[in-house]
Write a protein that binds this ligand. Sequence first.
Ligand code: SF4
Length: 269
Amino acid sequence: MKIARIFPTKTNMSPEDSDSYFGGPELFMPAYDEIHISVVFSWDLNTAYWLKRQWDHIAPIKIGGPAINGEGDGFIPGLYLKKGITITSRGCPNNCAWCLITKPLKELEIKPGNNIADNNLLACSRSHIDKVFQMLKNQKRIKFSGGLEAERITDKIAEEIRGLSLRQLWIAYDHPGKFRSVEKAFKILNKYFKRDHLGCYVLIGFGDDTLDKAEGRLQEIVDLGGFPFAMLYRNFKGEFPQPEKPWRKLQKYWLRPAFIRYRIKHKED
Ligand code: SF4
């Protein structure tokens, strides 16, 4: 069965094959048996229903994805995410106030891939983590792009990751209250990895956050030996913190590698 997959938003995890689309149909379309519209973010729902109307005449349409059905129990590599990305567990036990992940943790069958996008791999059972690391021994240029929970990083975990062909490891600094665990995680990780391997998602703009406090947290990651990645908070409706312009400006600066490298150099001089 030939399926076209339609996505309201393109992200760096979206598939790139010729049956993936990010807007309305093109003038000359191949024949498809089904159209699947995959909605990841709740704020994309209106766009998804607009896309449904655009694709209606091509083939029967199904709409699904995390924003509609929640995260499913299965995972098919390369179908709704870029080739190489794999998900070995869904959900998370932590229920952080700023996070849209609300389902309890569930371990899935492990499908090979070199980019682990689990919500919280380290919250899984030890036997599941062992199986994932075993699978990763056959992979190259590995990324943990789903992020590893700082509090669960230990020397044992870092040593196991060092034995793999690592490209990038990400942790998350979502809230000022997490500073101690992020600091502890970097103390461990710095023993095993260089800064270029250590990314940190820094959530900015949630709750009573201010521009100064947010910039302070981004700089803290530079000081701790990581490479910060500013993630601007959006609520369930997709709304950004207000006033939106200065928040976007701050995020834009802290997404520029040259700017971050300048801050790193400034710190090292
Ligand atoms: S922010 Fe991370 S740790 Fe918190 S609930 Fe979401 S996935 Fe879990």
